[in-house]
Design a protein around this ligand. Structure first.
Ligand code: ATP
Ligand code: MG
Length: 568
Protein backbone atom coordinates (compact mmCIF):
# COMPACT_ATOMS: atom_id res chain seq x y z
CA UNK A 1 0.00 0.00 0.00
CA UNK A 2 1.28 3.49 -0.79
CA UNK A 3 1.38 6.22 1.80
CA UNK A 4 -0.14 9.54 0.88
CA UNK A 5 1.39 12.62 2.40
CA UNK A 6 0.88 15.08 -0.42
CA UNK A 7 -1.02 18.22 0.55
CA UNK A 8 -1.97 19.23 -2.97
CA UNK A 9 -5.45 18.07 -3.86
CA UNK A 10 -5.84 14.70 -5.56
CA UNK A 11 -8.59 14.63 -8.19
CA UNK A 12 -11.98 13.11 -7.60
CA UNK A 13 -12.90 10.75 -10.45
CA UNK A 14 -16.53 10.48 -9.39
CA UNK A 15 -16.96 14.22 -9.92
CA UNK A 16 -16.11 13.65 -13.61
CA UNK A 17 -18.59 10.79 -13.94
CA UNK A 18 -21.36 12.86 -12.41
CA UNK A 19 -20.48 15.91 -14.52
CA UNK A 20 -20.68 13.82 -17.68
CA UNK A 21 -24.00 12.29 -16.66
CA UNK A 22 -25.39 15.75 -16.04
CA UNK A 23 -24.08 16.99 -19.40
CA UNK A 24 -25.67 13.98 -21.12
CA UNK A 25 -28.96 14.58 -19.33
CA UNK A 26 -28.87 11.09 -17.82
CA UNK A 27 -31.82 10.82 -15.39
CA UNK A 28 -32.92 14.19 -16.85
CA UNK A 29 -29.75 15.70 -15.48
CA UNK A 30 -30.85 14.94 -11.95
CA UNK A 31 -28.21 14.20 -9.28
CA UNK A 32 -29.22 12.37 -6.13
CA UNK A 33 -26.71 10.75 -3.80
CA UNK A 34 -27.10 9.33 -0.32
CA UNK A 35 -25.10 8.71 2.81
CA UNK A 36 -26.18 5.33 4.20
CA UNK A 37 -24.62 4.56 7.61
CA UNK A 38 -25.50 1.44 9.49
CA UNK A 39 -26.27 2.49 13.08
CA UNK A 40 -23.91 -0.06 14.61
CA UNK A 41 -21.19 2.30 15.83
CA UNK A 42 -20.01 5.89 15.81
CA UNK A 43 -18.87 7.57 12.62
CA UNK A 44 -15.13 7.67 11.98
CA UNK A 45 -13.06 9.80 9.66
CA UNK A 46 -13.52 7.27 6.85
CA UNK A 47 -17.21 8.04 7.01
CA UNK A 48 -16.35 11.74 6.82
CA UNK A 49 -14.79 11.06 3.44
CA UNK A 50 -18.04 9.48 2.27
CA UNK A 51 -20.18 12.26 3.78
CA UNK A 52 -18.12 15.02 2.16
CA UNK A 53 -18.21 13.16 -1.14
CA UNK A 54 -21.94 12.50 -1.22
CA UNK A 55 -23.14 15.82 0.18
CA UNK A 56 -20.42 17.63 -1.77
CA UNK A 57 -21.43 16.19 -5.15
CA UNK A 58 -25.10 16.93 -4.53
CA UNK A 59 -24.29 20.53 -3.62
CA UNK A 60 -21.94 20.98 -6.55
CA UNK A 61 -24.44 19.72 -9.14
CA UNK A 62 -27.59 21.28 -7.70
CA UNK A 63 -28.78 17.90 -6.51
CA UNK A 64 -29.93 16.26 -3.32
CA UNK A 65 -28.22 14.00 -0.80
CA UNK A 66 -30.42 11.67 1.21
CA UNK A 67 -29.45 10.62 4.68
CA UNK A 68 -30.48 7.02 5.20
CA UNK A 69 -29.94 4.69 8.11
CA UNK A 70 -29.21 1.28 6.71
CA UNK A 71 -30.85 -0.40 9.66
CA UNK A 72 -31.59 -3.90 8.45
CA UNK A 73 -29.74 -5.86 11.14
CA UNK A 74 -31.39 -5.59 14.56
CA UNK A 75 -28.64 -7.49 16.40
CA UNK A 76 -26.02 -4.74 16.26
CA UNK A 77 -28.01 -1.57 15.95
CA UNK A 78 -28.86 0.86 18.69
CA UNK A 79 -30.59 4.18 19.17
CA UNK A 80 -27.44 5.63 20.77
CA UNK A 81 -25.69 5.15 17.45
CA UNK A 82 -28.52 6.72 15.46
CA UNK A 83 -28.32 9.81 17.64
CA UNK A 84 -24.55 10.10 17.59
CA UNK A 85 -24.45 9.70 13.82
CA UNK A 86 -26.93 12.51 13.29
CA UNK A 87 -25.05 14.78 15.68
CA UNK A 88 -21.76 14.02 13.95
CA UNK A 89 -23.04 14.71 10.44
CA UNK A 90 -24.43 18.05 11.61
CA UNK A 91 -21.20 18.89 13.38
CA UNK A 92 -19.25 18.16 10.21
CA UNK A 93 -21.37 20.84 8.58
CA UNK A 94 -23.97 18.98 6.51
CA UNK A 95 -27.71 19.24 6.59
CA UNK A 96 -30.11 16.72 5.12
CA UNK A 97 -33.15 18.94 5.75
CA UNK A 98 -36.24 16.73 5.61
CA UNK A 99 -34.46 13.99 3.69
CA UNK A 100 -33.97 11.56 6.55
CA UNK A 101 -34.78 7.94 5.73
CA UNK A 102 -34.54 4.52 7.29
CA UNK A 103 -34.17 1.33 5.28
CA UNK A 104 -36.47 -0.19 7.92
CA UNK A 105 -39.25 2.05 6.59
CA UNK A 106 -39.08 -0.01 3.40
CA UNK A 107 -39.48 -3.42 5.05
CA UNK A 108 -43.00 -3.88 3.71
CA UNK A 109 -42.01 -2.78 0.21
CA UNK A 110 -38.91 -4.97 0.28
CA UNK A 111 -41.04 -7.91 1.38
CA UNK A 112 -43.26 -7.33 -1.65
CA UNK A 113 -40.23 -7.28 -3.93
CA UNK A 114 -39.15 -10.60 -2.45
CA UNK A 115 -42.61 -12.07 -3.07
CA UNK A 116 -42.39 -10.79 -6.62
CA UNK A 117 -39.07 -12.59 -7.10
CA UNK A 118 -40.62 -15.81 -5.77
CA UNK A 119 -43.54 -15.42 -8.17
CA UNK A 120 -41.11 -14.96 -11.04
CA UNK A 121 -39.35 -18.18 -10.04
CA UNK A 122 -36.29 -16.12 -9.10
CA UNK A 123 -36.21 -16.83 -5.37
CA UNK A 124 -36.80 -19.82 -3.10
CA UNK A 125 -36.94 -20.74 0.55
CA UNK A 126 -33.94 -22.85 1.46
CA UNK A 127 -33.97 -25.07 4.56
CA UNK A 128 -30.24 -25.75 4.69
CA UNK A 129 -28.55 -24.41 7.79
CA UNK A 130 -25.83 -21.75 7.62
CA UNK A 131 -22.97 -24.27 7.60
CA UNK A 132 -24.50 -26.29 4.80
CA UNK A 133 -25.16 -23.16 2.76
CA UNK A 134 -21.54 -22.20 3.13
CA UNK A 135 -20.41 -25.66 2.12
CA UNK A 136 -22.69 -25.77 -0.90
CA UNK A 137 -21.48 -22.37 -2.03
CA UNK A 138 -18.14 -23.74 -3.26
CA UNK A 139 -14.96 -21.72 -3.50
CA UNK A 140 -13.21 -19.42 -5.93
CA UNK A 141 -11.79 -22.44 -7.73
CA UNK A 142 -14.77 -24.78 -7.32
CA UNK A 143 -18.34 -24.23 -8.46
CA UNK A 144 -21.07 -24.48 -5.86
CA UNK A 145 -23.72 -27.18 -5.54
CA UNK A 146 -27.40 -26.54 -5.92
CA UNK A 147 -29.46 -26.67 -2.75
CA UNK A 148 -31.90 -29.62 -2.60
CA UNK A 149 -34.58 -27.00 -1.91
CA UNK A 150 -33.83 -25.01 -5.03
CA UNK A 151 -36.65 -26.40 -7.09
CA UNK A 152 -39.52 -25.92 -4.69
CA UNK A 153 -42.65 -24.74 -6.44
CA UNK A 154 -43.68 -21.11 -6.43
CA UNK A 155 -46.69 -22.01 -4.26
CA UNK A 156 -44.58 -23.84 -1.72
CA UNK A 157 -42.11 -20.96 -1.60
CA UNK A 158 -44.84 -18.35 -1.17
CA UNK A 159 -46.34 -20.38 1.63
CA UNK A 160 -43.02 -20.93 3.41
CA UNK A 161 -41.93 -17.32 3.05
CA UNK A 162 -45.24 -16.11 4.45
CA UNK A 163 -44.81 -18.51 7.37
CA UNK A 164 -41.25 -17.28 7.92
CA UNK A 165 -42.70 -13.81 8.30
CA UNK A 166 -45.42 -15.09 10.61
CA UNK A 167 -42.80 -16.42 13.00
CA UNK A 168 -43.41 -20.15 12.53
CA UNK A 169 -39.73 -21.01 12.19
CA UNK A 170 -36.75 -20.61 14.44
CA UNK A 171 -33.66 -18.52 13.66
CA UNK A 172 -31.38 -20.14 11.12
CA UNK A 173 -33.79 -22.83 9.99
CA UNK A 174 -34.99 -21.18 6.78
CA UNK A 175 -33.71 -18.43 4.51
CA UNK A 176 -34.97 -16.89 1.33
CA UNK A 177 -32.43 -17.08 -1.48
CA UNK A 178 -32.23 -15.66 -4.97
CA UNK A 179 -32.07 -18.28 -7.71
CA UNK A 180 -29.19 -17.14 -9.87
CA UNK A 181 -26.23 -19.37 -10.70
CA UNK A 182 -24.38 -21.74 -8.38
CA UNK A 183 -21.58 -22.02 -10.94
CA UNK A 184 -21.01 -18.29 -11.28
CA UNK A 185 -17.33 -17.29 -10.95
CA UNK A 186 -18.64 -14.50 -8.69
CA UNK A 187 -19.52 -16.05 -5.33
CA UNK A 188 -21.99 -13.27 -4.64
CA UNK A 189 -24.12 -14.60 -7.50
CA UNK A 190 -24.36 -18.14 -6.12
CA UNK A 191 -27.92 -17.98 -4.87
CA UNK A 192 -27.31 -15.26 -2.26
CA UNK A 193 -29.47 -15.11 0.84
CA UNK A 194 -32.12 -12.37 0.70
CA UNK A 195 -33.87 -12.83 4.04
CA UNK A 196 -33.03 -14.46 7.32
CA UNK A 197 -34.96 -15.04 10.52
CA UNK A 198 -34.00 -13.00 13.63
CA UNK A 199 -36.59 -13.29 16.35
CA UNK A 200 -34.65 -11.24 18.88
CA UNK A 201 -33.66 -8.61 19.75
CA UNK A 202 -36.41 -6.17 18.81
CA UNK A 203 -35.50 -3.77 16.04
CA UNK A 204 -34.73 -0.22 17.23
CA UNK A 205 -37.59 1.15 15.12
CA UNK A 206 -39.93 -1.63 14.09
CA UNK A 207 -39.80 -3.39 17.46
CA UNK A 208 -41.26 -6.88 17.21
CA UNK A 209 -43.18 -6.30 13.98
CA UNK A 210 -40.71 -8.28 11.92
CA UNK A 211 -38.84 -11.48 12.59
CA UNK A 212 -37.35 -11.72 9.10
CA UNK A 213 -34.81 -9.19 7.94
CA UNK A 214 -33.46 -8.44 4.45
CA UNK A 215 -29.76 -8.85 3.74
CA UNK A 216 -27.63 -5.85 2.87
CA UNK A 217 -27.26 -6.59 -0.85
CA UNK A 218 -30.98 -7.01 -1.34
CA UNK A 219 -32.05 -4.08 0.80
CA UNK A 220 -29.43 -1.59 -0.25
CA UNK A 221 -29.90 -1.36 -4.01
CA UNK A 222 -33.66 -1.49 -3.72
CA UNK A 223 -33.65 1.27 -1.09
CA UNK A 224 -31.55 3.33 -3.49
CA UNK A 225 -34.07 2.60 -6.21
CA UNK A 226 -37.10 3.45 -4.06
CA UNK A 227 -35.57 6.85 -3.26
CA UNK A 228 -34.56 7.52 -6.87
CA UNK A 229 -30.84 7.76 -6.10
CA UNK A 230 -28.88 8.41 -9.30
CA UNK A 231 -25.35 7.71 -8.09
CA UNK A 232 -24.93 5.12 -5.36
CA UNK A 233 -21.40 5.62 -4.13
CA UNK A 234 -19.78 2.91 -2.01
CA UNK A 235 -16.35 1.54 -1.16
CA UNK A 236 -14.35 -0.90 -3.29
CA UNK A 237 -15.35 -4.03 -1.33
CA UNK A 238 -18.70 -3.75 -3.08
CA UNK A 239 -17.29 -3.92 -6.59
CA UNK A 240 -17.88 -7.68 -6.66
CA UNK A 241 -21.40 -7.11 -5.40
CA UNK A 242 -22.29 -4.79 -8.26
CA UNK A 243 -23.54 -7.61 -10.56
CA UNK A 244 -25.93 -8.57 -7.78
CA UNK A 245 -26.91 -4.95 -7.15
CA UNK A 246 -27.76 -4.72 -10.85
CA UNK A 247 -29.46 -8.13 -10.97
CA UNK A 248 -32.16 -7.25 -8.42
CA UNK A 249 -32.97 -3.97 -10.16
CA UNK A 250 -33.02 -5.50 -13.63
CA UNK A 251 -35.07 -8.55 -12.72
CA UNK A 252 -37.62 -6.45 -10.87
CA UNK A 253 -37.57 -3.82 -13.61
CA UNK A 254 -37.36 -0.88 -11.20
CA UNK A 255 -35.46 2.42 -11.33
CA UNK A 256 -31.78 1.64 -11.68
CA UNK A 257 -29.23 3.78 -9.83
CA UNK A 258 -25.58 3.49 -10.83
CA UNK A 259 -23.27 2.00 -8.23
CA UNK A 260 -19.80 3.56 -8.24
CA UNK A 261 -17.01 2.29 -6.01
CA UNK A 262 -14.11 4.29 -4.57
CA UNK A 263 -11.16 3.43 -2.32
CA UNK A 264 -11.92 3.67 1.38
CA UNK A 265 -9.83 5.93 3.55
CA UNK A 266 -7.11 4.26 5.61
CA UNK A 267 -5.12 6.43 7.95
CA UNK A 268 -1.77 5.74 9.58
CA UNK A 269 -1.52 4.79 13.27
CA UNK A 270 -5.22 4.11 13.66
CA UNK A 271 -7.93 1.68 12.59
CA UNK A 272 -11.05 2.67 10.66
CA UNK A 273 -13.35 -0.23 11.27
CA UNK A 274 -16.33 0.05 13.55
CA UNK A 275 -15.88 -3.56 14.57
CA UNK A 276 -12.36 -2.91 15.83
CA UNK A 277 -13.21 0.43 17.37
CA UNK A 278 -16.07 -1.22 19.24
CA UNK A 279 -13.58 -3.70 20.68
CA UNK A 280 -11.39 -0.87 21.96
CA UNK A 281 -14.44 0.67 23.63
CA UNK A 282 -15.83 -2.55 25.09
CA UNK A 283 -12.49 -3.73 26.37
CA UNK A 284 -11.77 -0.28 27.84
CA UNK A 285 -8.58 0.43 25.96
CA UNK A 286 -10.13 3.87 25.51
CA UNK A 287 -12.67 5.78 27.59
CA UNK A 288 -15.46 5.52 25.04
CA UNK A 289 -16.34 6.22 21.44
CA UNK A 290 -15.56 9.89 22.02
CA UNK A 291 -12.17 9.33 23.63
CA UNK A 292 -9.95 12.05 22.10
CA UNK A 293 -7.59 9.38 20.78
CA UNK A 294 -10.29 7.70 18.74
CA UNK A 295 -10.50 8.36 14.98
CA UNK A 296 -14.23 8.91 15.41
CA UNK A 297 -15.80 12.27 14.64
CA UNK A 298 -16.92 12.40 18.27
CA UNK A 299 -13.32 11.78 19.36
CA UNK A 300 -11.89 14.40 17.04
CA UNK A 301 -14.50 16.92 18.15
CA UNK A 302 -13.75 16.33 21.81
CA UNK A 303 -10.05 16.60 21.13
CA UNK A 304 -10.58 20.01 19.53
CA UNK A 305 -10.46 19.31 15.81
CA UNK A 306 -12.58 21.67 13.75
CA UNK A 307 -15.09 20.45 11.18
CA UNK A 308 -13.45 22.77 8.65
CA UNK A 309 -10.11 21.01 9.03
CA UNK A 310 -11.68 17.60 8.48
CA UNK A 311 -13.55 18.82 5.41
CA UNK A 312 -10.36 20.31 3.99
CA UNK A 313 -8.59 17.03 4.64
CA UNK A 314 -11.31 15.09 2.83
CA UNK A 315 -11.04 17.46 -0.12
CA UNK A 316 -7.26 17.11 -0.29
CA UNK A 317 -7.08 13.33 -0.13
CA UNK A 318 -9.23 13.17 -3.25
CA UNK A 319 -11.22 10.19 -4.46
CA UNK A 320 -9.68 7.33 -6.38
CA UNK A 321 -9.93 3.59 -6.78
CA UNK A 322 -6.56 2.59 -5.40
CA UNK A 323 -6.23 1.87 -1.69
CA UNK A 324 -3.63 3.94 0.10
CA UNK A 325 -2.66 4.80 3.62
CA UNK A 326 -3.05 8.49 4.31
CA UNK A 327 -0.57 9.89 6.77
CA UNK A 328 -2.19 11.15 9.97
CA UNK A 329 0.20 14.08 9.66
CA UNK A 330 -1.79 15.30 6.67
CA UNK A 331 -4.87 15.65 8.84
CA UNK A 332 -2.85 17.49 11.49
CA UNK A 333 -1.46 19.77 8.82
CA UNK A 334 -5.00 20.73 7.77
CA UNK A 335 -5.89 21.18 11.43
CA UNK A 336 -2.98 23.51 12.24
CA UNK A 337 -3.68 25.57 9.17
CA UNK A 338 -7.21 26.13 10.43
CA UNK A 339 -6.46 26.55 14.15
CA UNK A 340 -3.71 29.03 13.39
CA UNK A 341 -6.40 31.32 12.02
CA UNK A 342 -8.99 30.88 14.73
CA UNK A 343 -7.24 30.07 18.03
CA UNK A 344 -6.58 32.72 20.70
CA UNK A 345 -3.00 32.75 21.93
CA UNK A 346 -2.65 32.28 25.66
CA UNK A 347 0.03 31.20 28.09
CA UNK A 348 -0.11 27.96 29.99
CA UNK A 349 2.69 26.22 31.86
CA UNK A 350 2.39 22.44 31.67
CA UNK A 351 5.26 21.40 33.97
CA UNK A 352 5.71 24.37 36.29
CA UNK A 353 8.89 25.61 37.92
CA UNK A 354 8.50 28.51 40.36
CA UNK A 355 10.44 31.70 39.71
CA UNK A 356 10.82 34.54 42.21
CA UNK A 357 11.99 37.90 40.90
CA UNK A 358 13.96 39.27 43.80
CA UNK A 359 14.01 42.92 42.76
CA UNK A 360 10.33 43.08 41.84
CA UNK A 361 8.28 44.82 44.52
CA UNK A 362 6.42 42.51 46.84
CA UNK A 363 2.62 42.81 46.30
CA UNK A 364 2.88 44.69 43.00
CA UNK A 365 0.81 43.49 40.05
CA UNK A 366 1.08 44.85 36.51
CA UNK A 367 -1.46 44.20 33.82
CA UNK A 368 0.51 43.66 30.63
CA UNK A 369 -0.91 43.93 27.12
CA UNK A 370 -1.01 40.71 25.13
CA UNK A 371 -2.43 40.27 21.64
CA UNK A 372 -4.88 37.44 21.11
CA UNK A 373 -3.99 36.42 17.59
CA UNK A 374 -1.28 37.93 15.40
CA UNK A 375 -3.03 36.32 12.41
CA UNK A 376 -6.28 38.13 13.11
CA UNK A 377 -6.22 41.64 14.65
CA UNK A 378 -10.00 41.54 15.01
CA UNK A 379 -9.54 39.06 17.86
CA UNK A 380 -8.21 41.92 19.97
CA UNK A 381 -5.98 42.02 23.01
CA UNK A 382 -6.14 41.13 26.68
CA UNK A 383 -4.35 41.95 29.93
CA UNK A 384 -2.07 39.39 31.55
CA UNK A 385 -1.09 39.91 35.21
CA UNK A 386 2.60 39.96 36.11
CA UNK A 387 3.93 39.74 39.65
CA UNK A 388 6.95 38.80 41.75
CA UNK A 389 6.34 35.04 41.70
CA UNK A 390 5.79 33.26 38.42
CA UNK A 391 5.84 29.83 36.87
CA UNK A 392 7.86 28.92 33.85
CA UNK A 393 8.21 25.60 32.09
CA UNK A 394 10.54 23.25 33.94
CA UNK A 395 12.41 22.31 30.79
CA UNK A 396 13.01 25.97 29.92
CA UNK A 397 15.71 25.93 32.61
CA UNK A 398 18.91 23.93 32.75
CA UNK A 399 21.45 24.26 35.48
CA UNK A 400 24.24 23.01 33.33
CA UNK A 401 23.14 23.79 29.78
CA UNK A 402 24.69 22.13 26.74
CA UNK A 403 25.96 24.33 23.93
CA UNK A 404 22.76 24.69 21.93
CA UNK A 405 20.50 25.38 24.89
CA UNK A 406 19.60 29.10 24.77
CA UNK A 407 16.91 29.28 27.40
CA UNK A 408 17.27 30.07 31.07
CA UNK A 409 20.38 28.97 32.97
CA UNK A 410 22.34 30.39 35.92
CA UNK A 411 23.61 33.84 35.00
CA UNK A 412 21.70 33.82 31.70
CA UNK A 413 19.23 36.51 30.61
CA UNK A 414 16.03 35.66 28.67
CA UNK A 415 12.84 37.46 27.73
CA UNK A 416 9.49 36.72 29.32
CA UNK A 417 6.80 37.05 26.67
CA UNK A 418 5.00 40.45 26.81
CA UNK A 419 6.95 41.29 29.97
CA UNK A 420 10.61 41.81 30.92
CA UNK A 421 14.10 40.42 30.57
CA UNK A 422 15.02 38.31 33.57
CA UNK A 423 18.33 36.85 34.68
CA UNK A 424 18.74 33.76 36.80
CA UNK A 425 20.75 34.51 39.92
CA UNK A 426 20.24 31.39 42.02
CA UNK A 427 18.40 28.15 42.59
CA UNK A 428 16.56 26.78 45.62
CA UNK A 429 16.63 23.05 46.26
CA UNK A 430 14.45 20.70 48.18
CA UNK A 431 16.43 19.86 51.29
CA UNK A 432 15.72 16.16 51.11
CA UNK A 433 15.73 15.35 47.42
CA UNK A 434 18.07 18.02 46.15
CA UNK A 435 15.62 18.74 43.36
CA UNK A 436 15.41 22.34 42.18
CA UNK A 437 12.10 23.76 43.40
CA UNK A 438 12.53 27.46 42.72
CA UNK A 439 14.64 29.83 40.67
CA UNK A 440 15.76 33.20 41.99
CA UNK A 441 15.90 35.83 39.25
CA UNK A 442 16.19 39.59 38.80
CA UNK A 443 14.46 41.66 36.17
CA UNK A 444 15.42 44.77 34.26
CA UNK A 445 12.55 47.30 34.61
CA UNK A 446 13.75 49.09 31.46
CA UNK A 447 12.84 46.07 29.30
CA UNK A 448 9.10 46.24 29.88
CA UNK A 449 7.26 45.04 26.77
CA UNK A 450 10.17 42.84 25.78
CA UNK A 451 12.89 45.12 24.35
CA UNK A 452 16.03 46.58 25.87
CA UNK A 453 16.64 50.33 25.36
CA UNK A 454 20.37 49.64 25.08
CA UNK A 455 19.71 47.24 22.21
CA UNK A 456 21.09 44.15 23.92
CA UNK A 457 19.64 40.89 22.68
CA UNK A 458 18.54 37.68 24.33
CA UNK A 459 18.28 34.36 22.57
CA UNK A 460 15.05 33.01 24.05
CA UNK A 461 11.53 34.12 24.88
CA UNK A 462 9.70 32.08 27.48
CA UNK A 463 6.03 31.83 28.33
CA UNK A 464 5.07 32.19 31.98
CA UNK A 465 2.14 32.57 34.34
CA UNK A 466 1.85 34.71 37.45
CA UNK A 467 1.77 32.31 40.40
CA UNK A 468 -0.80 34.14 42.44
CA UNK A 469 -3.15 34.56 39.45
CA UNK A 470 -2.65 31.18 37.80
CA UNK A 471 -5.52 28.76 37.48
CA UNK A 472 -4.81 25.09 38.03
CA UNK A 473 -5.70 22.60 35.38
CA UNK A 474 -5.30 19.03 34.36
CA UNK A 475 -3.90 18.73 30.85
CA UNK A 476 -4.17 15.60 28.74
CA UNK A 477 -1.56 15.04 26.07
CA UNK A 478 -2.27 12.57 23.30
CA UNK A 479 -0.15 10.56 20.96
CA UNK A 480 -0.96 8.05 18.23
CA UNK A 481 -3.35 5.35 19.43
CA UNK A 482 -1.27 2.71 17.64
CA UNK A 483 2.47 2.39 17.28
CA UNK A 484 2.20 0.36 14.08
CA UNK A 485 1.90 2.46 10.97
CA UNK A 486 -0.92 0.36 9.62
CA UNK A 487 -2.54 -1.57 12.48
CA UNK A 488 -5.64 -2.14 10.36
CA UNK A 489 -3.60 -4.29 8.04
CA UNK A 490 -2.23 -6.81 10.51
CA UNK A 491 -3.17 -10.34 9.58
CA UNK A 492 -6.46 -11.60 10.94
CA UNK A 493 -4.95 -14.06 13.39
CA UNK A 494 -2.59 -11.36 14.65
CA UNK A 495 -4.19 -9.23 17.31
CA UNK A 496 -4.39 -5.58 16.28
CA UNK A 497 -4.53 -4.65 19.97
CA UNK A 498 -0.91 -5.70 20.37
CA UNK A 499 0.02 -2.65 18.36
CA UNK A 500 -1.64 -0.15 20.69
CA UNK A 501 0.60 2.64 21.95
CA UNK A 502 0.86 2.27 25.75
CA UNK A 503 1.73 5.97 25.99
CA UNK A 504 -1.06 7.38 23.88
CA UNK A 505 -2.34 9.37 26.87
CA UNK A 506 -0.25 11.41 29.28
CA UNK A 507 -2.06 13.24 32.07
CA UNK A 508 -0.43 16.29 33.68
CA UNK A 509 -2.21 17.33 36.83
CA UNK A 510 -0.60 20.49 38.18
CA UNK A 511 -0.53 22.74 35.18
CA UNK A 512 -0.72 26.50 35.67
CA UNK A 513 -2.69 28.54 33.18
CA UNK A 514 -3.19 32.26 32.72
CA UNK A 515 -6.37 33.45 34.45
CA UNK A 516 -8.33 34.20 31.28
CA UNK A 517 -8.64 30.44 30.78
CA UNK A 518 -10.88 30.11 33.81
CA UNK A 519 -13.71 31.08 31.46
CA UNK A 520 -12.65 29.03 28.45
CA UNK A 521 -15.71 27.65 26.73
CA UNK A 522 -15.32 23.88 26.38
CA UNK A 523 -14.26 23.00 22.86
CA UNK A 524 -13.10 26.53 22.07
CA UNK A 525 -9.62 26.43 20.51
CA UNK A 526 -6.59 28.05 22.15
CA UNK A 527 -2.99 28.13 21.23
CA UNK A 528 -0.91 27.75 24.38
CA UNK A 529 2.15 29.61 23.21
CA UNK A 530 5.01 27.24 22.35
CA UNK A 531 2.96 24.21 23.46
CA UNK A 532 0.33 23.56 20.86
CA UNK A 533 -3.41 23.86 20.42
CA UNK A 534 -5.70 23.01 23.30
CA UNK A 535 -9.35 23.10 24.28
CA UNK A 536 -11.22 22.58 27.51
CA UNK A 537 -12.68 19.09 27.58
CA UNK A 538 -16.38 19.13 26.78
CA UNK A 539 -17.11 16.24 29.13
CA UNK A 540 -14.83 16.56 32.16
CA UNK A 541 -13.91 20.24 32.43
CA UNK A 542 -15.73 22.54 34.83
CA UNK A 543 -14.97 26.09 35.95
CA UNK A 544 -13.83 24.74 39.32
CA UNK A 545 -11.83 21.87 37.89
CA UNK A 546 -10.40 22.66 34.49
CA UNK A 547 -9.37 19.88 32.14
CA UNK A 548 -7.70 20.66 28.84
CA UNK A 549 -6.96 18.41 25.89
CA UNK A 550 -4.00 19.02 23.67
CA UNK A 551 -5.51 18.95 20.20
CA UNK A 552 -2.15 18.92 18.47
CA UNK A 553 1.37 20.22 18.84
CA UNK A 554 2.46 23.35 16.98
CA UNK A 555 4.54 21.57 14.40
CA UNK A 556 6.27 18.24 14.21
CA UNK A 557 5.96 15.16 12.18
CA UNK A 558 4.51 17.06 9.26
CA UNK A 559 7.70 19.12 8.90
CA UNK A 560 9.65 15.87 8.83
CA UNK A 561 7.30 14.27 6.37
CA UNK A 562 7.31 17.14 3.92
CA UNK A 563 11.08 17.39 4.05
CA UNK A 564 11.54 13.71 3.27
CA UNK A 565 9.21 14.29 0.35
CA UNK A 566 6.23 12.37 -0.81
CA UNK A 567 6.76 8.75 0.15
CA UNK A 568 4.52 7.51 -2.65
P1 ATP B 1 -16.89 -0.10 8.92
O1 ATP B 1 -16.06 -0.98 8.07
O2 ATP B 1 -16.13 0.89 9.72
O3 ATP B 1 -17.90 -0.83 9.75
P2 ATP B 1 -18.98 0.33 7.08
O4 ATP B 1 -18.71 0.52 5.63
O5 ATP B 1 -19.50 -0.97 7.50
O6 ATP B 1 -17.69 0.77 7.88
P3 ATP B 1 -21.32 1.92 7.07
O7 ATP B 1 -22.07 2.49 8.20
O8 ATP B 1 -21.95 0.87 6.26
O9 ATP B 1 -19.94 1.42 7.64
O10 ATP B 1 -20.79 3.10 6.15
C1 ATP B 1 -21.57 4.17 5.68
C2 ATP B 1 -20.91 4.73 4.45
O11 ATP B 1 -19.59 5.16 4.75
C3 ATP B 1 -20.80 3.67 3.37
O12 ATP B 1 -21.20 4.24 2.14
C4 ATP B 1 -19.35 3.31 3.37
O13 ATP B 1 -18.93 2.93 2.11
C5 ATP B 1 -18.68 4.59 3.84
N1 ATP B 1 -17.41 4.30 4.51
C6 ATP B 1 -17.22 3.50 5.58
N2 ATP B 1 -15.92 3.42 5.90
C7 ATP B 1 -15.26 4.20 5.01
C8 ATP B 1 -13.87 4.55 4.80
N3 ATP B 1 -12.92 4.07 5.58
N4 ATP B 1 -13.58 5.39 3.80
C9 ATP B 1 -14.55 5.89 3.01
N5 ATP B 1 -15.86 5.61 3.14
C10 ATP B 1 -16.22 4.77 4.12
MG1 MG C 1 -21.34 -1.46 6.17
Amino acid sequence: MTTTTDVSAVPNFIRYIVAEDVANKKNDGRVMTRFPPEPNGYLHIGHAKSICLNFGLAAEFGGICNFRFDDTNPTKEEVEYVESIMADVHWLGFDWGDRLYYASDYFEQLYRYAVQLIEMGKAYVCSLDADAIREYRGTLTQPGKESPYRNRTVEENLDLFQRMRAGEFEDGTQVLRAKIDMASPNLNMRDPVLYRIRKTPPHHRTGGTWCIYPMYDFAHGLSDSIEGITHSICTMEYEDHRPLYDWFLDVLGVFHPQQIEFARLNMSHTVLSKRKLLKLVNEKYVRGWDDPRMPTLAGFRRRGFTPESIRTFCERIGVGKKESLVDYALLEYCLREDLNKRASRVMGVLRPLRVVIENYPEGQVEELDAINNPEDPSMGARKVPFSRALYIERDDFMEDPPKKFYRLAPGREVRLRYAYFITCVGVVRDEKTGEIIELRCTYDPATRGGGAPDGRQVKATLHWVSAEHAVDAEVRLYDHLFLAENPGDVKDDEDFRKHLNPNSLEVLTSCKLEPSLRDAAPGNPYQFERQGYFCADTVDSTRESLVFNRTTTLRDTWAKVSKSGNKK
